[in-house]
Ligand binder design. Structure first.
Ligand SMILES: [Zn+2]
Length: 428
C-alpha cells in the first residue's frame, strides 16, 4: 500500500513549501491547472540536487510539531557540497518487513558502525518505525577505533550490525581477535557503498549465520529505494547492484537513463520528480530466489557526471588526483583515468587501482616510480588518510601505472561489473 497518493504529495508541497511554490512557479507549473491525473506527473519540472543546494536546508524544509523531531542526514559525498536533509523517520519498506519476518531476531543488540551524523539519523529515524523491537540495545561504534568497537560489541553481545560493506569486512577479523564469535551475528544491515561480487561473497563467508539486508538509499530519501538480501542469489546473478525496487514508497521514472524519483511521503523537503543522478535499469518481471512476491527490480550504476567515487571505504576524487599530477608537468599531462576493481583475497577485500596517464616524453621506470611515490605521499583517499597509509594497511594494493598517449580528459572508472550493464545503453 502506498503511504499517500501522488496528488497528496503535490498538494502538500504546494501548500506548505515556499521552495516548491517558487521552483514550480518560475517554471510555470501550477498544480491546480496542470496536474489532474497521475499521468500528468510528466509535466512536473525535474528537480536536481543543485536546485536543493541552491537554498539552505532550513529554507527548503517544512517543519511541523506533529512530526515530533527531525534529524539531519548528511550526504557524505564530496566535502564541497554536502547535502543536508531533515528526516523525521525512516519508513520500513515491505522488503525489509519480509526479511525481518524470516529472521525473527528477538532481543536485538545493535551495533551501528557508521559516522555520527549518519548513525544519528539512521537510529532516530528507525526507532518510530520499530526496526528494532522494544527492549533492544543500541550502541554506536567508533569507525576509527575498531578494537574499541569490537569490545563494545562483545559487551552488548551484538547480534545485529549496521555498517558499510567494506567496514563489515574490516570489522570481522577484529571481532575474532577479540574472541567474539561471528556466528552470534544474525542480522546485517549493509548500506552506504556500491557492492561488488567480492564484497558480497566476503560478507557471506565472514558472517555465515547472518541474514544480510543490502540497502540502496541516499540522504534525501525517507526510505530505502532498493533492497536485497543474502537470499537473493537470483538478483546477485543479474548484477552486484541489483535490488528489489521499493515501489511502495516511491514512483520511479527513468529519464535519459537516470533515475527520477517521487517519494510518497510528507517529508520536510518533499521529493517530487527528483533526479538522483543514478544510472538505473528497471526490469519489471523478475522472480527472485528469496520468494518476495513483488517483481520489479533495479540495477544501479554509477552516478552521471560525478567527479568523485566512493567505494571500499575510500573516496577517489578527480580534482585531487589532477592536482597531484600537475606537480609533474615535465613528465605527464594532467589527464588520467583511474580504474578501480575489487577482489577478495585471503578473506580480505583488496581494492585495486590502475592509473592511466598521458606521458610527455617516453615513459621510463623512473617516471613510473616517481608518479607512484608522489601519489602515495600526497593523495588523500579518505578525509584524513593518505593513499600511502591505505597501502600500508593492506586495504589498497600498490598502485599500477600505465601510459596512453591518446588519453583525453580525466575520469574515475568504477569496477567493470558495475558499469557493464550500462555499456550498451551508452553507445545508442
Ligand atoms: Zn530477492
Amino acid at each position: 500500500m502506498k503511504p499517500i497518493s501522488l496528488k497528496e504529495v503535490i498538494d502538500f508541497a504546494w501548500e506548505y513549501s515556499d521552495f516548491y511554490r517558487e521552483f514550480w512557479g518560475r517554471r510555470n507549473f501550477i498544480p491546480e491547472r496542470d496536474f489532474r491525473v497521475d499521468d500528468d506527473l510528466k509535466k512536473i519540472p525535474i528537480l536536481t540536487k543543485e536546485d536543493l543546494l541552491s537554498v539552505s536546508t532550513k529554507k527548503r524544509s517544512i517543519t511541523r510539531s506533529k512530526d515530533h523531531y527531525y534529524f539531519a542526514a548528511l550526504s557524505s559525498g564530496t566535502v564541497k557540497d554536502p547535502l543536508v536533509c531533515l528526516q523525521p523517520r525512516f519508513a520500513m519498506p515491505s522488503y525489509y518487513r519480509f526479511v525481518k519476518d524470516l529472521v525473527q531476531v528477538s532481543d536485538s543488540s545493535v551495533l551501528v558502525l557508521r559516522p555520527g551524523t549518519h548513525a544519528m539519523a539512521l537510529i532516530a529515524g528507525a526507532l518510530p518505525e520499530e526496526y528494532f523491537l522494544p527492549g533492544s540495545i543500541i550502541a554506536l561504534g567508533d569507525m576509527d577505533d575498531l578494537t574499541f568497537s569490537a569490545h563494545l560489541a562483545q559487551e552488548i553481545e551484538m547480534n545485529w550490525l549496521v555498517a558499510k560493506p567494506s567496514d563489515a569486512i574490516r570489522f570481522a577479523p577484529i571481532l575474532q581477535q577479540q574472541g567474539y564469535p561471528l556466528s552470534h551475528i544474525k542480522f546485517l544491515h549493509i548500506t552506504g557503498e556500491p557492492l561488488t561480487a567480492a564484497t558480497i561473497s566476503l560478507i557471506k563467508s565472514l558472517y555465515p549465520d547472518a541474514c544480510t539486508v543490502y540497502i540502496y538509499a541516499m540522504t534525501e530519501v525517507p526510505a530505502a529505494m532498493g533492497l536485497k538480501s543474502s537470499l537473493c542469489a537470483d538478483l546477485d546473478a543479474v548484477g552486484s547492484n541489483a535490488y528489489h525496487l521499493n515501489t511502495e514508497d516511491f514512483i520511479f521514472e527513468v529519464v535519459d537513463g537516470l533515475s527520477v524519483i517521487t517519494a510518497l511521503h510528507e517529508i520536510p523537503t518533499p521529493l517530487i520528480r527528483y533526479s538522483t543522478g543514478d544510472r538505473i535499469l528497471i526490469k519489471e518481471k523478475f522472480q527472485c530466489s528469496c520468494g518476495f512476491n513483488q517483481d520489479a527490480v533495479v540495477i544501479v550504476g554509477p552516478r552521471a557526471g560525478e567527479t568523485s567515487y566512493k567505494i571500499g571505504g575510500f573516496i577517489f576524487q578527480v580534482d585531487a588526483i589532477k592536482k597531484v599530477l600537475q606537480k609533474l608537468p615535465e613528465f605527464v599531462v594532467g589527464d588520467f583515468q583511474l580504474h578501480i576493481e575489487q577482489i577478495a583475497k585471503d578473506g580480505r577485500l583488496s581494492n585495486l587501482l590502475r592509473l592511466v596517464v598521458k606521458p610527455v616524453g617516453s615513459p621510463t621506470p623512473f617516471l613510473t616510480s616517481t608518479i607512484r611515490e608522489i601519489l602515495e605521499r600526497e593523495l588523500y583517499v579518505t578525509r584524513y588518510r593518505l593513499l600511502k597509509w591505505a597501502i600500508q594497511q593492506g586495504l589498497i594494493d600498490p598502485l599500477l601505472i600505465s601510459y596512453d598517449t591518446d588519453l583525453k580528459g580525466s575520469s574515475i572508472i568504477p569496477p567493470l561489473e558495475i558499469i557493464k550493464p550500462f555499456h550498451n545503453l551508452k553507445k545508442k
